[in-house]
Ligand binder design. Sequence first.
Ligand code: GLN
Length: 435
Amino acid sequence: NYLKIIDEKNNEINAFIYINKEDALNKAKEIDEKIDNGKKVGSLAGLVFGIKANINVEDKIISAASKTLDNYIGSYDATVIKKIKEADGIIIGITNMDEFAAGSSTETSMYGTTNNPAALGRIPGGSSGGSAAAVSANMCDISIGSDTGGSIRNPASHCGVIGFKPTYGAVSRQGLLDLAMSLDQIGPMSNDITGIALALDTIISYDPSECTTLKWDSPNFTEIATNQKGNKPLEGMKIAKCKQFSDITDAEINKIIDESIGKLEELGAKIIEINFNYIDLCLPTYYLINYVEFFSATRKYDGRKYGHRIEEVCGDEVLRRIKMGSYISQKEFSGKYYKKALQSRSLIRNNINEILEDVDLIVGPTVPKLPHKIGEKLTPMEMYAYDTLTVIANLAGIPAGSIKAGEVEGIPVGLQLQAKPLDDGKIIKVMAALE
Ligand code: GLN
């Protein structure tokens, strides 16, 4: 069924850059046979996955949508892919993205842009735009994206689906092509919260081969997701809204978000107002760190092992980050840019953690603006402004998710929920209650 939908829609949407038809059908047959023979099947049996093109899947083209890697074939399965395969998930294809995940619109892909299925003619957001569009257009059950500064939540918001970035270190990054390794985290996208929860239960785990993963006795997310019925499921929860978030957000989006917050109150939550002091520092801090870490991550693309020297074939945004990263990293600037960024990252993290000592969640808009029309030219600063509200969670290492709150003239708007490190379950709980 999904292959048929992909066949019908992918030309227009361009969510998938590679369709894994034979493998997917073989895997489906294997699961059917297991069932016919009375054998046990995995927790994801029959669920169909799309995988972002920056996560290694053995034998597939994992180009990160860049000419730099146009002939790189995944030589192994990333840890998350191993886990999905072991749980009998079916991988139906590889999804489109911004080049090296450095963007918020999926327009910088070497495969061309992805169309937003929920608002045709507009960008799907990014950088995991293909993954969001794939679930939004019903081409698969669950897709996997990566989120460095919002790349799961931003396209989830624009395409009207659910996207979840777990606590930093909850999911192994082994096999993910780095954008900025102190910020990157892999996570799921789906049309329903059960899909998100099933994926989390599979991919969250300590990985001895990845030193930033956490040893964590994580909750059963599927149970949480299916257990939020009744009249006031959020009774006893304290949820914060933040004036500084709404101040930088378009009025029509704020209106939808306020309605969602009203709904949370009806479901039993207590809403309080908080102040976040560093909204102006978020983008400069994030981009300085991103430039420096990305520059370092790209030094291996020097043409010897992977075919092309990155600077010779990459697009403008990737080149900008490499140049800026190289400039900022110079010895003469030691302390001037990067160290300052690290200091302000601590300020942001401490302020957010302080707020989260008193409340269970912080809610607000995921993206402060609606997605632009494909072809409209934005300046780099206008493009970066999409990320203002999503980078906070990456800088602080906290879990965050986006769920559809409503629409402005038919264009989806997402509500963002953020919690303390390891309180991922609280976000799932509230999303399940809202759904
Ligand atoms: N838009 C942000 C950036 O360009 C976030 C990207 C991401 O999360 N991968 O860096």
